[in-house]
Design a protein around this ligand. Structure first.
Ligand code: G3P
Length: 218
């Protein structure tokens, strides 16, 4: 499973990219608002840091507006993935933009049928929102499982399942078990994946015992 960072915060993206573990970034209008910068400037800076796909979301709600905005966003860098919402207009825009050879991430997916339409529209990625389904008492991970089952029934479907709206480490683990192609993860959750108290305690014990040997390796 590939790891994307779900943020527009440059410092967090730089930290994760320097670890060599970052395969891409997703942004959305709320994350751009939080970053407090122009979408063009922040997406351009992200694309200069991360080689993988960087999702930048259109703000238009009609197909023609999405096409104009999507093509404008795609001018920022070759690794921009145009994000469109899972609406009829978004699907029409996805069909045209993917037909132009552009990466498209169809977002705000909440049902397997929506994901099937996104795949039919030629989406590069479809973003099922796990956390927001959990937030209303539904089973977000079941959606990932259903989409994986459906996509695996058809060899011609190349659309990648980009597990989104991830709230915690269990979401990451379960999305991987369900076969998501990508997980887009908030930096705090992504950085937290490495932590375990037994790892810390075990390392302290190793270092203590190594010190007693009086040896050096170099
Ligand atoms: O960026 C798409 C998605 O990951 C946002 O999820 O629910 O945390 O706003 P959420």
């Amino acid at each position: 499973m590939k790891f994307f960072a779900d943020t527009a915060e440059i410092a967090d993206i730089r930290d994760l990219a320097e670890a060599g573990l970052l395969d891409g970034v997703t942004t959305n209008p709320s994350l751009i608002m939080k970053a407090g910068r122009s979408i063009h400037d922040v997406v351009a800076e992200i694309c200069s840091i991360v080689e993988g796909p960087v999702s930048a979301e259109v703000a238009a709600l009609d197909t023609e507006g999405m096409l104009a905005e999507g093509r404008k966003l795609a001018e920022i860098a070759d690794n921009v993935a145009i994000k469109v919402p899972l609406t009829w207009d978004g699907l029409k825009a996805c069909r045209i933009l993917s037909g132009e050879g552009r990466m498209v991430n169809v977002t705000l997916c909440f049902t397997a049928n929506q994901a099937l339409l996104a795949a039919r529209a030629g989406a590069t990625f479809v973003s099922p929102f796990i956390g927001r389904l959990d937030d209303i008492g539904l089973d977000g991970m079941q959606l990932i499982e259903e989409i994986r089952t459906i996509f695996d029934n058809y060899a011609h479907i190349e659309t990648q399942i980009l597990a989104a709206s991830i709230r915690n480490q269990n979401h990451v683990r379960l999305a991987a078990m369900a076969g998501a192609d990508v997980a887009t993860v908030p930096p705090t959750v992504l950085k937290g994946l490495v932590k375990h108290p037994l790892t810390d305690a075990g390392l302290a014990m190793f270092m203590n015992d190594w010190k007693k040997t009086g040896q050096t390796i170099l």
